[in-house]
Design a protein. Structure first.
Lengths: 368, 346
């Protein structure tokens, strides 16, 4: 049976290939190493017009990941806050959250992206009249320009100091947790952590001085030069994706919390746990079991919805690869195939990570 | 398990069943385009999503423009009726796939004829109905009068065109910096330029004039005089059907020849009695040109009568008395120092 399917696939590929050949359309993946020749206005890695189409693919993928990761983060934070607010006893908070949810989940996402991009952008000043914050940060219709931190040699010591602090944080937390579980003893946490952080930074400063300088943006000609520019396309897309997805997450969180039976909360109260602690230690852990699976779908949706970026010229993978590259090269079959595979892998990886997390909390839930 | 296996068999047989269909559809598409068009009863023409002067729906929803008129002329040549044409609006990104897959019979979509497109995409460019070049539009109050002053500028443009490449080449060749913001649709690119996202909007010169009409204050913007590229715009057909390509090419040449011979949509009835042998051949009174192409003998006469000669089409859509106000320039006849030149019809 599997053999038949494979055979069908092979036949499909051969059929496509022969048809393309007969119509004199180029095929194959050789184009990935050819020179791209066009510019991209947001690149997380080095990219020039001389880079290859393969590099374009990487640049686009990183831009998609950037907006997705930030979007997932903000949507989750906002969604949880709204979900809890929906259950608040305070009428005003409750209704505000409800109005938010109903508005943002019922307006098509593309319209919301357009709104943030064209509606908000149009009201921003030109670079020459930019709103400045202490002459170092600027807000204009070219985006938000912030100073960049430039590291000189010796910055490595600071990286090492940061690594040491992080290691200390993880080790101390683990020690405190184990001690608490073993015999309920309270181990010192904050004071030793602070000591390590200050000491490591102090040593780094002694060894390397201050190897950082600020690259402050300045208006030159048409636009700001220097610093880091957060382009308006990114801001608009991130806003729209986060706000839209947060509305769905809020409903998922509300459903999750409501699924925990009232008795659990009452039992926690009977044991003398304050409301907040009861929510954190009793309700949320049980609610998470209900929340995580649909939350995963929302994360996947957000990542896939980021492809609407193409409407407002955010250089994501669909825009620069399945868009510009496709028209320059003209090999629709190969390019769309690659793009589909990338989205599929992204989704599978997200699912995998979330399922792992889900399995962990589900197990904890059963044991207690 | 049993159910699963049944579903699986279903999927496989569906795939196996569909593939021969796909193959047969593309085989049909590779057959004679003229036969397909004649059987269907109308021409399917791929146009832009709205570019004034070239292909743009008017307030009644009728398509107008130089590219639209070209498709109408082809329909008139085949069916003797310029109305037997339907238009498919295509984005720059979709256009080549649409012609490759047989969704449209012809694209007349202000498309630049370049060697890569002609040789690698399975399409054939057969004529140039507008000689264009890429330019820049800026706000008048910016104080810029030449493209050489655009160092460091942010450019808005449409994605999937030669424009992005030309701009990159031009700025790098002149050692100037730039930032490009490429939109999928021209409307959004113009809206972003209008709202101040970019210092300049760049596309083909003719399109700059057309898009300027969509701005809130058209007079507040100027089109810079420099042209940084060659953009011969013309109709393209699927590669491999030479007869169909010949029809498309010669309909264009017929409109150019008609202008050269002084045949217009208005005087064509009188011209029918002309003793000028060139006119007689053009109007199908002499020779077997229609039969050679596989279409009626009065093909050119119908095209000119119902749509007009090249000069009429140009002046009606983009000429000096239209909102676009473009002069003939390179698109004048060769006899007037332009580039429009038809090989002899004989």
């Amino acid at each position: 049976m599997l053999g038949a399917l494979l055979l069908a696939m092979v036949w499909l590929v051969a059929n496509v290939q022969s048809n393309l050949e007969r119509q004199n359309i180029n095929s194959g993946f050789g184009f990935l190493s050819e020179r791209a020749g066009f510019g991209i206005n947001q690149t997380l890695i080095d990219y020039t017009e001389d880079s290859s189409f393969g590099r374009v693919l990487t640049v686009g993928l990183l831009n998609t990941l950037l907006v997705s990761v930030f979007g997932v983060f903000f949507a989750t934070v906002l969604g949880f806050a709204l979900g809890v607010a929906r259950l608040s006893g305070n009428w005003l908070i409750n209704k505000t959250a409800m109005v938010y949810v109903e508005i943002f989940r019922n307006v098509p996402l593309l319209l919301q992206i357009m709104f943030w991009y064209f509606g908000v952008l149009r009201n921003l000043p030109s670079p020459r009249k930019a709103v400045s914050l202490g002459d170092t940060m600027f807000l204009s219709n070219r985006g938000i320009v912030v100073p960049a931190i430039e590291a000189a040699s010796g910055a490595g010591w600071y990286v090492a100091a940061f690594g040491l602090s992080l290691a200390a944080f993880i080790w101390l937390r683990r020690r405190a947790r184990l001690a608490r579980l073993a015999d309920g003893a309270l181990m010192p946490f904050w004071r030793p952590l602070l000591t390590v952080v200050l000491a490591s930074i102090g040593v780094a400063a002694l060894l390397a001085g201050v190897p950082f300088s600020l690259d402050v943006p300045a208006l030159k000609g048409f636009n700001f030069r220097g610093g880091i520019t957060v382009i308006p396309e990114f801001v608009a897309l991130l806003l729209a994706l986060s706000l839209y997805t947060a509305a769905f997450i809020a409903e998922i969180v509300r459903a999750g919390i409501q699924s925990v039976s009232k008795g659990q909360r009452e039992a926690a109260a009977a044991l003398g746990l304050p409301d907040k602690t009861a929510l954190r230690l009793v309700v949320i852990p049980q609610a998470l079991r209900v929340i995580i699976p649909p939350l995963t779908s929302q994360y996947l949706n957000l990542t896939k919805n980021s492809s609407l970026a193409v409407a407002i010229a955010y250089p994501d993978i669909v825009s620069v690869f399945a868009g510009t590259t496709l028209t320059q090269v003209g090999q629709a079959v190969e390019i769309i195939f690659i793009t589909m595979m990338i989205y599929l892998s992204l989704s599978l990886m997200t699912s995998y990570a979330m399922n792992r997390y889900n399995a962990r909390i589900a197990l904890v839930g059963q044991n207690t | 398990m049993q159910i699963k296996r049944k579903a699986f068999i279903g999927v496989v047989s569906l795939v196996l069943g569909l593939t021969p269909m796909v193959a047969s559809v593309s085989a049909q598409a590779a057959g004679s385009t003229l036969d397909v068009v004649t059987q269907r009863g109308h021409l399917q023409c791929g146009v832009s999503q709205g570019l004034p002067g070239f292909s743009n729906p008017d307030d009644k929803g009728n398509w107008t423009g130089i590219d639209v008129d070209f498709c109408k002329a082809v329909a008139a040549a085949i069916f003797g009726d310029a109305k037997k044409v339907k238009f498919t609006p295509l984005s720059a990104k979709e256009r080549f796939t649409a012609i490759q897959s047989g969704e449209v019979d012809i694209i007349a979509r202000n498309t630049t004829w370049s060697m890569h497109r002609d040789t690698a995409l399975g399409v054939d460019f057969r004529a140039v109905n507008y000689y264009d070049g890429q330019g820049f539009m800026v706000r008048a109050d910016l104080g810029v009068t030449s493209t050489a002053e655009l160092d460091g500028a942010t450019l808005c443009t449409n994605q999937g065109t030669t424009t992005e490449l030309n701009a990159a080449d031009y700025f790098r060749a002149n050692n100037m910096q730039y930032e490009i913001v490429a939109f999928e649709k021209a409307d959004e690119a113009v809206a972003a330029y209008n709202s101040g996202r970019c210092d300049a909007y760049t596309t083909d010169h003719s399109a700059l004039y057309a898009q300027r009409l969509k701005l809130t204050d058209p007079q507040g913007h100027i089109v810079l005089p420099e042209i940084i590229s060659k953009e011969p715009l013309g109709p393209a057909v699927r590669q491999g059907d030479n007869n169909w390509g010949d029809i498309v090419a010669w309909v264009h040449y017929a409109t150019v020849a008609a202008e050269e011979l002084g045949v217009t949509s208005k005087n064509i009835a009188a011209m029918g009695n002309s003793s000028n042998p060139s006119v007689k051949r053009l109007l199908g009174k002499d020779g077997t040109f229609g039969r050679n192409l596989g279409i009626p003998a009065d093909w050119a006469m119908q095209a000119i009568k119902q749509v007009g000669n090249y000069g009429e089409i140009f002046e009606r859509n983009v000429g000096i008395n239209t909102p676009l106000g473009i002069e003939r320039g390179y698109n004048a006849l060769w006899t007037d120092g332009g580039l429009q030149y038809a090989p002899p019809i004989r």
